[in-house]
Design a protein around this ligand. Structure first.
Ligand code: DAH
Length: 337
């Protein structure tokens, strides 16, 4: 009888739980106080036959110790959880994580890509470390052209054939030599020129190149695409003007101006009182370039254009010092959301 009672209480003690010190105290009273269940068993001990006293006595002592230990354990668990709750304000809302902002050049680059992607252009990229042929040779630069000069191009002394690309037109070469028309790509990327760093020049900057080659592509297509771009980028009222120019890789070539949106074309300091600001170079891909890249100039024609991302960003955000774009000053960067 008493053995079963001891086993039953021992099992119950083993499974005890409590959520507060008050509950622990209630358990103490239930099991260990003078009138508690375990104490009552000790009272019954008197009636245990002599020959069993030794064994039952041990069982009872074990049970009492187990119950005392269990209550100490429960107390300790409640103590530690309560003290962490005291130290920390569990009702406080979580700290917000400071979110970064997109870099202004990325914002502008993505906007340009978005505008041209709506008229069928996809994005292509090429290496920044190039060879002479992809940057100059294939693009119809004569061997003595000044752009190859040490003043402009970073090249590796041990091997003058290895250069940092000076323009993203090198990606045109890569696309045309690996793909047959129709080709309609936009090539964004970083370019390098050996220039003294100042508020208006840096030794690296970013360009976006456009290239469209197919049958019957005309200068009118080029003009229409660029007019669409200017209006999307700078507003519906924007006008464009194309001035004849020269690039080795296009014939005819032009530079494009947009009407100055600061003075509305009336003339101000920003547009040097001309009412126009230059934004890109463009032209019809020179047949020599098509030929060099394995595209038949008797079947295909194409147009190309190239613009500086910093320049466009400047028109949008009026950043006076170009160096701001690469200095990573968060006070500057935070202003572009
Ligand atoms: N590559 C020229 C530069 O770096 C920009 C350019 C002009 C690209 C005319 C073109 C183009 O594709 O047709 O100044």
């Amino acid at each position: 009888m008493i053995r079963e009672k001891i086993a039953k209480i021992a099992a119950a003690v083993n499974d005890l739980t409590a959520k507060s010190q008050e509950e622990v105290e209630a358990l103490r009273i239930q099991y260990l106080s003078k009138k508690g269940q375990i104490s009552e068993l000790f009272d019954d001990f008197r009636n245990v036959p002599k020959e069993d006293k030794r064994e039952i006595g041990q069982l009872l002592n074990q049970l009492r110790d187990a119950a005392q230990n269990k209550l100490v354990e429960l107390k300790a668990i409640i103590d530690t959880t309560q003290s962490t709750a005291d130290k920390h304000d569990l009702t406080r809302s979580a700290d917000t994580i400071a979110l970064g902002t997109r870099h202004p050049l990325s914002l502008v680059k993505e906007e340009i890509i978005d505008i041209f992607s709506r008229i069928g252009f996809s994005v292509a990229e090429g290496p920044e470390i190039e060879d002479d042929w992809h940057v100059f040779g294939a693009l119809n630069f004569p061997p003595e052209h000044p752009a190859r000069d040490m003043q402009d191009t970073f090249f590796i002394e041990q091997n003058p054939d290895v250069v940092l690309r000076t323009h993203t037109s090198s990606v045109q070469t890569r696309i045309m030599t690996s793909q047959q028309p129709p080709i309609r790509v936009l090539c964004p990327g970083r370019v390098y020129r050996n220039e003294a760093i100042s508020y208006r020049a840096h030794c690296f900057f970013h360009q976006i190149e456009g290239l469209y080659i197919d049958k019957n592509v005309s200068f009118a297509d080029l003009k229409q695409a660029l007019l669409y771009f200017a209006k999307e980028m700078f507003g519906e009222e924007t006008e464009i003007r194309l001035r004849p120019s020269y690039f080795p890789f296009t014939e005819p070539s032009a530079e494009m101006d947009i009407s100055c949106d600061l003075c509305g074309g009336k003339g101000c300091n920003f547009c040097k009182h001309t009412g126009w600001v230059e934004i890109l170079g463009c032209g019809m891909v020179d047949p020599n370039v098509l030929k060099a890249c394995g595209i038949d100039p008797d079947v295909y024609t194409g147009y190309a254009f190239g613009m500086g991302v910093e320049r466009i960003a400047n028109l949008k955000y009026r950043v006076k010092d170009l160096r701001m774009f690469s200095e990573n000053d968060v006070r500057f960067l935070q202003q572009f959301q």
